[in-house]
Design a protein around this ligand. Structure first.
Ligand code: GDG
Length: 464
Protein backbone atom coordinates (compact mmCIF):
# COMPACT_ATOMS: atom_id res chain seq x y z
CA UNK A 1 0.00 0.00 0.00
CA UNK A 2 1.67 3.21 -1.10
CA UNK A 3 0.68 6.80 -1.73
CA UNK A 4 -0.26 9.57 0.61
CA UNK A 5 -3.74 10.62 1.65
CA UNK A 6 -5.54 13.92 1.18
CA UNK A 7 -7.69 13.13 4.25
CA UNK A 8 -6.30 11.70 7.47
CA UNK A 9 -8.03 10.84 10.74
CA UNK A 10 -5.86 10.53 13.84
CA UNK A 11 -7.44 8.84 16.87
CA UNK A 12 -6.13 6.87 19.84
CA UNK A 13 -7.70 3.65 18.51
CA UNK A 14 -8.07 2.27 15.02
CA UNK A 15 -11.73 1.59 14.22
CA UNK A 16 -11.18 -2.18 14.02
CA UNK A 17 -11.07 -5.17 16.35
CA UNK A 18 -9.06 -8.35 15.90
CA UNK A 19 -11.40 -11.35 15.85
CA UNK A 20 -11.03 -15.09 15.06
CA UNK A 21 -11.23 -15.83 11.33
CA UNK A 22 -13.99 -18.40 10.76
CA UNK A 23 -12.48 -19.33 7.40
CA UNK A 24 -9.01 -20.20 8.72
CA UNK A 25 -8.74 -22.43 11.80
CA UNK A 26 -6.66 -20.59 14.42
CA UNK A 27 -6.42 -17.52 12.14
CA UNK A 28 -7.28 -13.92 13.07
CA UNK A 29 -8.74 -11.15 10.98
CA UNK A 30 -9.65 -7.48 11.42
CA UNK A 31 -13.28 -6.44 11.60
CA UNK A 32 -14.57 -2.88 11.49
CA UNK A 33 -15.80 -1.95 14.96
CA UNK A 34 -19.35 -0.71 15.40
CA UNK A 35 -19.71 2.98 16.19
CA UNK A 36 -20.94 6.23 14.77
CA UNK A 37 -17.59 7.90 14.21
CA UNK A 38 -16.28 5.35 11.73
CA UNK A 39 -19.69 5.07 10.03
CA UNK A 40 -19.81 8.84 9.55
CA UNK A 41 -16.25 9.12 8.29
CA UNK A 42 -16.29 6.00 6.11
CA UNK A 43 -17.67 7.69 2.95
CA UNK A 44 -15.21 10.58 3.22
CA UNK A 45 -12.30 8.22 3.85
CA UNK A 46 -13.18 6.06 0.84
CA UNK A 47 -13.79 9.04 -1.49
CA UNK A 48 -10.56 10.77 -0.60
CA UNK A 49 -8.22 7.75 -0.30
CA UNK A 50 -8.21 8.53 3.39
CA UNK A 51 -6.06 6.98 6.09
CA UNK A 52 -6.94 6.39 9.74
CA UNK A 53 -3.99 6.49 12.13
CA UNK A 54 -4.36 4.83 15.55
CA UNK A 55 -3.32 2.13 17.98
CA UNK A 56 -4.38 -1.41 17.02
CA UNK A 57 -5.21 -2.42 20.61
CA UNK A 58 -2.40 -4.65 21.83
CA UNK A 59 0.96 -3.87 23.40
CA UNK A 60 4.14 -4.19 21.34
CA UNK A 61 5.19 -3.59 17.75
CA UNK A 62 2.51 -2.33 15.37
CA UNK A 63 1.26 -4.41 12.43
CA UNK A 64 2.11 -3.08 8.95
CA UNK A 65 -0.49 -0.72 7.42
CA UNK A 66 -3.50 -2.62 6.02
CA UNK A 67 -6.95 -2.03 4.58
CA UNK A 68 -10.42 -2.86 5.93
CA UNK A 69 -13.63 -2.00 4.06
CA UNK A 70 -11.82 0.37 1.72
CA UNK A 71 -10.13 2.36 4.52
CA UNK A 72 -6.36 2.48 4.88
CA UNK A 73 -5.32 1.82 8.45
CA UNK A 74 -1.98 2.96 9.77
CA UNK A 75 -1.19 1.40 13.16
CA UNK A 76 0.93 3.24 15.75
CA UNK A 77 2.70 1.07 18.37
CA UNK A 78 2.30 1.43 22.14
CA UNK A 79 4.33 -0.63 24.60
CA UNK A 80 3.06 -1.82 27.99
CA UNK A 81 4.68 1.12 29.86
CA UNK A 82 3.07 3.60 27.49
CA UNK A 83 -0.32 1.99 27.92
CA UNK A 84 0.12 2.41 31.69
CA UNK A 85 1.46 5.98 31.58
CA UNK A 86 0.07 7.70 28.46
CA UNK A 87 -3.28 5.91 28.33
CA UNK A 88 -4.30 4.71 31.81
CA UNK A 89 -2.25 7.44 33.52
CA UNK A 90 -2.26 10.86 31.86
CA UNK A 91 -5.33 10.26 29.64
CA UNK A 92 -7.61 8.39 32.02
CA UNK A 93 -6.43 9.31 35.53
CA UNK A 94 -5.43 12.96 34.94
CA UNK A 95 -7.29 14.47 31.99
CA UNK A 96 -10.51 12.41 32.09
CA UNK A 97 -11.43 13.25 35.72
CA UNK A 98 -10.19 16.86 35.46
CA UNK A 99 -12.30 17.53 32.36
CA UNK A 100 -15.35 15.92 34.00
CA UNK A 101 -15.64 18.50 36.81
CA UNK A 102 -13.08 16.55 38.90
CA UNK A 103 -15.89 14.30 40.14
CA UNK A 104 -12.98 12.06 41.14
CA UNK A 105 -9.73 13.83 42.04
CA UNK A 106 -7.36 13.98 39.06
CA UNK A 107 -3.91 12.52 39.70
CA UNK A 108 -0.88 14.44 38.40
CA UNK A 109 2.35 12.56 37.63
CA UNK A 110 5.31 13.93 35.70
CA UNK A 111 6.21 10.51 34.29
CA UNK A 112 2.72 10.16 32.81
CA UNK A 113 2.97 13.60 31.21
CA UNK A 114 6.34 12.71 29.68
CA UNK A 115 4.90 9.55 28.17
CA UNK A 116 1.85 11.48 26.86
CA UNK A 117 4.26 13.87 25.12
CA UNK A 118 6.27 11.03 23.56
CA UNK A 119 3.22 9.15 22.33
CA UNK A 120 1.61 12.33 20.92
CA UNK A 121 4.87 13.00 19.04
CA UNK A 122 4.69 9.50 17.54
CA UNK A 123 1.12 10.04 16.31
CA UNK A 124 2.10 13.45 14.88
CA UNK A 125 5.07 11.94 13.10
CA UNK A 126 2.88 9.25 11.54
CA UNK A 127 0.38 11.88 10.34
CA UNK A 128 3.20 14.00 8.89
CA UNK A 129 4.37 11.00 6.86
CA UNK A 130 0.98 9.89 5.63
CA UNK A 131 -0.62 13.25 4.71
CA UNK A 132 -0.36 14.41 1.08
CA UNK A 133 0.59 18.06 0.39
CA UNK A 134 -2.17 20.42 1.62
CA UNK A 135 -4.16 17.49 3.05
CA UNK A 136 -6.82 17.79 5.74
CA UNK A 137 -6.00 16.07 9.04
CA UNK A 138 -8.68 15.55 11.68
CA UNK A 139 -7.34 14.74 15.17
CA UNK A 140 -9.75 13.18 17.68
CA UNK A 141 -10.05 13.52 21.44
CA UNK A 142 -8.32 14.08 24.76
CA UNK A 143 -5.56 11.51 24.34
CA UNK A 144 -4.02 13.51 21.48
CA UNK A 145 -4.24 17.17 22.45
CA UNK A 146 -0.57 17.88 21.65
CA UNK A 147 -0.76 16.45 18.13
CA UNK A 148 -2.09 19.56 16.30
CA UNK A 149 0.91 21.76 17.25
CA UNK A 150 3.44 18.97 16.80
CA UNK A 151 2.05 18.24 13.36
CA UNK A 152 1.90 21.88 12.27
CA UNK A 153 5.55 22.31 13.15
CA UNK A 154 6.51 19.57 10.68
CA UNK A 155 3.82 20.25 8.08
CA UNK A 156 2.67 23.89 7.97
CA UNK A 157 0.93 23.16 4.63
CA UNK A 158 -1.78 21.02 6.28
CA UNK A 159 -5.29 22.01 7.29
CA UNK A 160 -5.71 20.67 10.81
CA UNK A 161 -8.94 20.09 12.74
CA UNK A 162 -9.35 18.82 16.30
CA UNK A 163 -12.50 17.50 17.98
CA UNK A 164 -12.84 16.93 21.73
CA UNK A 165 -15.42 14.25 22.58
CA UNK A 166 -15.49 15.02 26.30
CA UNK A 167 -16.28 18.27 28.16
CA UNK A 168 -13.75 21.08 28.31
CA UNK A 169 -13.54 22.46 31.85
CA UNK A 170 -13.89 26.01 33.15
CA UNK A 171 -10.81 28.10 33.93
CA UNK A 172 -10.78 27.35 37.67
CA UNK A 173 -10.42 23.62 37.06
CA UNK A 174 -8.18 23.67 34.00
CA UNK A 175 -5.68 25.87 35.84
CA UNK A 176 -4.85 22.91 38.12
CA UNK A 177 -3.22 21.06 35.24
CA UNK A 178 0.59 21.30 35.46
CA UNK A 179 0.76 21.04 31.64
CA UNK A 180 -1.95 23.68 31.08
CA UNK A 181 0.10 25.96 28.80
CA UNK A 182 1.49 23.02 26.84
CA UNK A 183 -1.98 21.56 26.24
CA UNK A 184 -3.36 24.95 25.15
CA UNK A 185 -0.48 25.40 22.70
CA UNK A 186 -1.00 21.85 21.48
CA UNK A 187 -4.67 22.46 20.66
CA UNK A 188 -3.97 25.86 19.14
CA UNK A 189 -1.91 24.08 16.48
CA UNK A 190 -5.28 23.33 14.83
CA UNK A 191 -7.20 25.68 12.52
CA UNK A 192 -10.53 24.58 13.98
CA UNK A 193 -11.09 23.20 17.48
CA UNK A 194 -14.50 21.56 17.88
CA UNK A 195 -16.38 20.85 21.11
CA UNK A 196 -19.65 19.13 22.01
CA UNK A 197 -21.14 22.28 23.51
CA UNK A 198 -20.94 26.04 23.16
CA UNK A 199 -19.94 26.48 26.79
CA UNK A 200 -16.90 24.28 26.29
CA UNK A 201 -15.82 26.31 23.25
CA UNK A 202 -16.20 29.47 25.34
CA UNK A 203 -14.07 27.96 28.13
CA UNK A 204 -11.37 27.26 25.57
CA UNK A 205 -11.41 30.79 24.13
CA UNK A 206 -11.22 32.31 27.64
CA UNK A 207 -8.33 30.03 28.56
CA UNK A 208 -6.38 30.96 25.42
CA UNK A 209 -6.55 34.55 26.64
CA UNK A 210 -5.98 33.74 30.30
CA UNK A 211 -3.12 31.23 29.95
CA UNK A 212 -1.33 32.47 26.82
CA UNK A 213 -2.50 36.08 26.59
CA UNK A 214 -3.91 35.54 23.08
CA UNK A 215 -6.13 38.30 21.68
CA UNK A 216 -9.61 36.85 21.19
CA UNK A 217 -12.76 38.04 19.50
CA UNK A 218 -15.94 35.96 19.66
CA UNK A 219 -15.00 32.43 18.66
CA UNK A 220 -11.68 33.40 17.05
CA UNK A 221 -8.31 33.27 18.78
CA UNK A 222 -5.20 34.95 17.39
CA UNK A 223 -2.18 32.79 17.98
CA UNK A 224 1.29 33.09 16.41
CA UNK A 225 0.08 35.05 13.36
CA UNK A 226 -2.75 32.61 12.71
CA UNK A 227 -6.43 32.61 13.50
CA UNK A 228 -7.86 29.58 15.30
CA UNK A 229 -11.60 29.05 15.47
CA UNK A 230 -13.35 27.33 18.41
CA UNK A 231 -16.95 26.18 17.95
CA UNK A 232 -19.54 23.60 18.99
CA UNK A 233 -20.36 20.59 16.81
CA UNK A 234 -22.62 18.30 18.88
CA UNK A 235 -21.87 14.72 17.84
CA UNK A 236 -24.70 12.33 17.01
CA UNK A 237 -25.44 8.75 15.99
CA UNK A 238 -26.24 6.80 12.85
CA UNK A 239 -29.98 7.26 13.34
CA UNK A 240 -30.93 5.05 10.37
CA UNK A 241 -28.85 2.13 11.64
CA UNK A 242 -30.41 2.11 15.13
CA UNK A 243 -33.88 2.69 13.79
CA UNK A 244 -33.60 -0.24 11.34
CA UNK A 245 -32.05 -2.50 13.95
CA UNK A 246 -34.62 -1.80 16.67
CA UNK A 247 -37.57 -2.07 14.28
CA UNK A 248 -36.42 -5.41 12.88
CA UNK A 249 -39.03 -8.12 13.70
CA UNK A 250 -36.38 -10.35 15.30
CA UNK A 251 -35.35 -7.58 17.66
CA UNK A 252 -38.95 -6.75 18.48
CA UNK A 253 -39.53 -10.38 19.36
CA UNK A 254 -36.39 -10.37 21.47
CA UNK A 255 -37.65 -7.24 23.27
CA UNK A 256 -40.89 -9.05 24.16
CA UNK A 257 -38.90 -12.05 25.30
CA UNK A 258 -36.78 -9.85 27.59
CA UNK A 259 -39.94 -8.58 29.26
CA UNK A 260 -41.18 -12.15 29.71
CA UNK A 261 -37.84 -13.16 31.22
CA UNK A 262 -38.12 -10.24 33.63
CA UNK A 263 -41.50 -11.55 34.80
CA UNK A 264 -43.77 -9.23 32.77
CA UNK A 265 -43.20 -6.14 34.92
CA UNK A 266 -45.50 -3.16 34.49
CA UNK A 267 -42.47 -0.89 34.27
CA UNK A 268 -39.00 -1.79 33.10
CA UNK A 269 -36.36 0.84 33.91
CA UNK A 270 -33.08 0.62 31.97
CA UNK A 271 -29.56 2.00 32.36
CA UNK A 272 -26.76 1.34 29.85
CA UNK A 273 -23.35 2.83 30.58
CA UNK A 274 -19.69 2.06 30.55
CA UNK A 275 -18.92 1.39 34.22
CA UNK A 276 -17.54 4.91 34.73
CA UNK A 277 -17.82 7.26 37.72
CA UNK A 278 -18.96 10.09 35.45
CA UNK A 279 -22.13 8.20 34.51
CA UNK A 280 -23.90 8.63 37.88
CA UNK A 281 -24.79 4.93 38.20
CA UNK A 282 -24.60 4.98 42.00
CA UNK A 283 -26.83 8.06 42.28
CA UNK A 284 -29.39 6.43 40.00
CA UNK A 285 -29.42 3.22 42.05
CA UNK A 286 -29.80 5.19 45.24
CA UNK A 287 -32.78 7.10 43.82
CA UNK A 288 -34.41 3.78 42.87
CA UNK A 289 -33.71 2.35 46.36
CA UNK A 290 -35.32 5.33 48.09
CA UNK A 291 -38.44 5.07 45.91
CA UNK A 292 -38.72 1.38 46.83
CA UNK A 293 -38.18 2.19 50.51
CA UNK A 294 -40.92 4.83 50.39
CA UNK A 295 -43.27 2.41 48.61
CA UNK A 296 -43.64 4.82 45.69
CA UNK A 297 -42.32 2.05 43.42
CA UNK A 298 -42.73 -1.66 44.13
CA UNK A 299 -41.21 -4.95 42.99
CA UNK A 300 -42.16 -7.00 40.91
CA UNK A 301 -44.34 -4.36 39.17
CA UNK A 302 -41.16 -2.38 38.57
CA UNK A 303 -37.73 -3.78 37.75
CA UNK A 304 -34.50 -2.09 36.85
CA UNK A 305 -31.96 -3.46 34.38
CA UNK A 306 -28.51 -1.90 34.61
CA UNK A 307 -25.95 -2.82 31.96
CA UNK A 308 -22.53 -1.64 33.15
CA UNK A 309 -20.07 -2.42 30.40
CA UNK A 310 -16.59 -3.26 31.78
CA UNK A 311 -14.25 -0.33 31.21
CA UNK A 312 -10.68 0.77 32.12
CA UNK A 313 -10.47 -2.04 34.63
CA UNK A 314 -6.82 -1.45 35.48
CA UNK A 315 -7.44 2.15 36.59
CA UNK A 316 -7.92 2.47 40.37
CA UNK A 317 -10.90 4.87 40.27
CA UNK A 318 -12.76 2.26 38.21
CA UNK A 319 -11.98 -0.62 40.55
CA UNK A 320 -13.28 1.40 43.49
CA UNK A 321 -16.43 2.35 41.57
CA UNK A 322 -17.20 -1.27 40.76
CA UNK A 323 -17.09 -2.17 44.45
CA UNK A 324 -19.45 0.71 45.34
CA UNK A 325 -21.97 -0.03 42.58
CA UNK A 326 -22.04 -3.74 43.33
CA UNK A 327 -22.52 -3.07 47.04
CA UNK A 328 -25.51 -0.84 46.25
CA UNK A 329 -27.04 -3.44 43.89
CA UNK A 330 -26.58 -6.11 46.58
CA UNK A 331 -28.22 -3.88 49.17
CA UNK A 332 -31.25 -3.17 46.97
CA UNK A 333 -31.74 -6.80 46.03
CA UNK A 334 -31.19 -7.89 49.64
CA UNK A 335 -33.86 -5.49 50.89
CA UNK A 336 -36.44 -5.58 48.09
CA UNK A 337 -35.87 -8.70 45.96
CA UNK A 338 -37.47 -12.08 46.39
CA UNK A 339 -36.46 -15.56 45.26
CA UNK A 340 -36.45 -15.40 41.45
CA UNK A 341 -37.45 -11.71 41.49
CA UNK A 342 -34.51 -9.34 41.90
CA UNK A 343 -35.24 -5.61 41.96
CA UNK A 344 -32.13 -4.76 39.96
CA UNK A 345 -30.75 -6.94 37.18
CA UNK A 346 -27.11 -5.88 37.15
CA UNK A 347 -25.09 -6.97 34.11
CA UNK A 348 -21.36 -6.28 34.15
CA UNK A 349 -20.97 -7.48 30.58
CA UNK A 350 -20.61 -6.22 27.06
CA UNK A 351 -23.52 -6.85 24.69
CA UNK A 352 -24.01 -6.95 20.92
CA UNK A 353 -25.63 -3.96 19.19
CA UNK A 354 -28.71 -6.12 18.57
CA UNK A 355 -29.16 -7.01 22.22
CA UNK A 356 -28.76 -3.34 23.19
CA UNK A 357 -31.38 -2.40 20.60
CA UNK A 358 -33.76 -5.02 22.04
CA UNK A 359 -33.20 -3.65 25.56
CA UNK A 360 -33.89 -0.10 24.34
CA UNK A 361 -37.04 -1.29 22.65
CA UNK A 362 -38.18 -3.20 25.75
CA UNK A 363 -37.63 -0.41 28.31
CA UNK A 364 -40.46 1.85 29.50
CA UNK A 365 -38.06 4.31 31.09
CA UNK A 366 -34.43 4.89 30.14
CA UNK A 367 -32.28 6.54 32.79
CA UNK A 368 -29.29 8.49 31.52
CA UNK A 369 -28.06 10.42 34.54
CA UNK A 370 -24.36 11.26 34.19
CA UNK A 371 -22.75 13.75 36.58
CA UNK A 372 -21.00 15.16 33.51
CA UNK A 373 -20.85 13.87 29.93
CA UNK A 374 -19.54 15.40 26.70
CA UNK A 375 -22.63 14.25 24.79
CA UNK A 376 -23.93 10.77 25.77
CA UNK A 377 -24.84 8.70 22.76
CA UNK A 378 -26.90 6.19 24.72
CA UNK A 379 -29.59 8.85 25.23
CA UNK A 380 -29.72 9.49 21.48
CA UNK A 381 -29.71 5.77 20.66
CA UNK A 382 -32.68 5.15 22.95
CA UNK A 383 -34.70 7.87 21.24
CA UNK A 384 -33.76 6.60 17.77
CA UNK A 385 -34.66 3.02 18.76
CA UNK A 386 -38.24 3.99 19.63
CA UNK A 387 -39.84 4.06 16.18
CA UNK A 388 -42.96 2.95 18.09
CA UNK A 389 -42.74 6.32 19.92
CA UNK A 390 -43.01 4.38 23.17
CA UNK A 391 -40.80 4.84 26.20
CA UNK A 392 -39.63 7.84 28.20
CA UNK A 393 -36.17 9.28 28.73
CA UNK A 394 -34.86 10.60 32.06
CA UNK A 395 -31.83 12.71 31.24
CA UNK A 396 -29.23 14.58 33.27
CA UNK A 397 -28.85 18.30 32.64
CA UNK A 398 -25.10 17.65 32.73
CA UNK A 399 -25.05 15.52 29.58
CA UNK A 400 -24.29 17.41 26.36
CA UNK A 401 -27.38 15.69 24.91
CA UNK A 402 -29.60 17.72 27.26
CA UNK A 403 -29.08 20.84 25.09
CA UNK A 404 -30.84 19.04 22.23
CA UNK A 405 -33.21 16.52 23.83
CA UNK A 406 -35.32 19.11 25.62
CA UNK A 407 -38.42 16.88 25.73
CA UNK A 408 -36.71 14.37 28.01
CA UNK A 409 -37.48 14.37 31.75
CA UNK A 410 -34.49 16.49 32.71
CA UNK A 411 -32.92 16.41 36.16
CA UNK A 412 -29.91 17.47 38.19
CA UNK A 413 -28.25 14.13 39.04
CA UNK A 414 -26.70 15.58 42.21
CA UNK A 415 -30.17 16.33 43.56
CA UNK A 416 -31.53 12.93 44.56
CA UNK A 417 -35.05 14.25 45.08
CA UNK A 418 -35.00 15.71 41.57
CA UNK A 419 -33.86 12.37 40.11
CA UNK A 420 -36.65 10.56 41.99
CA UNK A 421 -39.18 13.12 40.85
CA UNK A 422 -38.16 12.86 37.17
CA UNK A 423 -38.15 9.08 37.35
CA UNK A 424 -41.68 9.01 38.80
CA UNK A 425 -42.92 11.50 36.22
CA UNK A 426 -41.48 9.30 33.46
CA UNK A 427 -43.02 6.15 34.98
CA UNK A 428 -46.49 7.75 35.22
CA UNK A 429 -46.47 9.91 32.08
CA UNK A 430 -49.63 9.91 30.01
CA UNK A 431 -48.94 7.76 26.89
CA UNK A 432 -50.05 10.51 24.49
CA UNK A 433 -47.73 13.01 26.06
CA UNK A 434 -44.89 10.47 26.04
CA UNK A 435 -45.42 9.83 22.32
CA UNK A 436 -45.37 13.56 21.58
CA UNK A 437 -42.15 14.06 23.48
CA UNK A 438 -40.51 11.10 21.74
CA UNK A 439 -41.61 12.19 18.25
CA UNK A 440 -40.21 15.71 18.67
CA UNK A 441 -36.85 14.33 19.79
CA UNK A 442 -36.81 11.84 16.91
CA UNK A 443 -37.43 14.59 14.37
CA UNK A 444 -34.50 16.52 15.81
CA UNK A 445 -32.20 13.48 15.58
CA UNK A 446 -33.20 12.63 12.02
CA UNK A 447 -32.04 16.09 10.94
CA UNK A 448 -28.95 15.99 13.13
CA UNK A 449 -27.35 12.60 12.68
CA UNK A 450 -23.65 11.76 12.77
CA UNK A 451 -23.19 12.33 9.03
CA UNK A 452 -24.50 15.85 9.54
CA UNK A 453 -21.99 16.31 12.39
CA UNK A 454 -19.01 15.22 10.27
CA UNK A 455 -20.17 17.32 7.31
CA UNK A 456 -20.61 20.45 9.43
CA UNK A 457 -17.16 20.13 10.96
CA UNK A 458 -15.37 19.40 7.69
CA UNK A 459 -17.24 22.14 5.81
CA UNK A 460 -16.28 24.68 8.47
CA UNK A 461 -12.66 23.47 8.44
CA UNK A 462 -12.58 23.68 4.64
CA UNK A 463 -13.91 27.23 4.67
CA UNK A 464 -11.27 28.67 7.03
C1 GDG B 1 -17.44 9.49 24.91
C2 GDG B 1 -17.96 10.67 25.76
C3 GDG B 1 -19.59 11.19 23.92
C4 GDG B 1 -22.22 0.71 25.67
N1 GDG B 1 -22.26 -0.52 26.17
C5 GDG B 1 -22.15 -1.35 25.12
C6 GDG B 1 -22.03 -0.59 23.95
N2 GDG B 1 -22.08 0.68 24.32
C7 GDG B 1 -22.03 1.81 23.35
C8 GDG B 1 -23.29 2.64 23.41
C9 GDG B 1 -22.79 3.96 22.84
C10 GDG B 1 -21.33 3.99 23.31
O1 GDG B 1 -20.96 2.67 23.68
C11 GDG B 1 -21.15 4.88 24.54
O2 GDG B 1 -21.17 6.21 24.14
P1 GDG B 1 -21.50 7.38 25.15
O3 GDG B 1 -21.59 8.62 24.38
O4 GDG B 1 -22.76 7.05 25.87
O5 GDG B 1 -20.32 7.41 26.23
P2 GDG B 1 -18.68 7.31 26.20
O6 GDG B 1 -18.21 5.95 25.90
O7 GDG B 1 -18.25 7.86 27.53
O8 GDG B 1 -18.22 8.29 25.02
C12 GDG B 1 -19.42 10.93 25.44
C13 GDG B 1 -18.93 10.09 23.10
O9 GDG B 1 -17.56 9.90 23.51
C14 GDG B 1 -18.95 10.43 21.60
O10 GDG B 1 -18.39 11.66 21.34
O11 GDG B 1 -20.98 11.19 23.64
O12 GDG B 1 -19.88 12.07 26.15
O13 GDG B 1 -17.80 10.39 27.14
O14 GDG B 1 -22.79 3.96 21.46
O15 GDG B 1 -24.29 2.02 22.65
N3 GDG B 1 -21.92 -1.12 22.71
C15 GDG B 1 -21.94 -2.49 22.62
N4 GDG B 1 -22.01 -3.30 23.73
C16 GDG B 1 -22.14 -2.79 24.98
O16 GDG B 1 -22.24 -3.53 25.97
N5 GDG B 1 -21.84 -3.06 21.40
Amino acid sequence: MTGRSSFVVVANRLPVDEVPDEERAGGRRWRRSPGGLVTALHPVLVQRDGTWIGWAGSAGPAPAPFMVDGIRLHPVPLDADEIARYYEGMSNSTIWPLYHDAVEPPIFRRRWAASYREVNARFAEAAAQVAAPNATVWVQDYQLQLVPAMLRQQRPDLRIGFFLHIPFPPIELFMQLPQRAEIMRGLLGADLVGFQQRLAAQNFVRLAHHVLGCPVSGSVIEYEDRRVKAAAFPISIDVGEIDRLADNPLIRTRAEQIRTELGEPKTMILGVDRLDYTKGIEHRLKAFRELLAEGRLTVPETVMVQVATPSRERVEHYQALRVKVEREVGRINGDYGRVGVPAVHYLHQSYSRSELAALYRAADVMMVTPLRDGMNLVAKEYVAARADAGGALVLSEFAGAASELRQAFLCNPHDLDAVKDSLLRAVHVDPDEARKRMSIMQRHLRRNDVAHWARSFLTELGSL
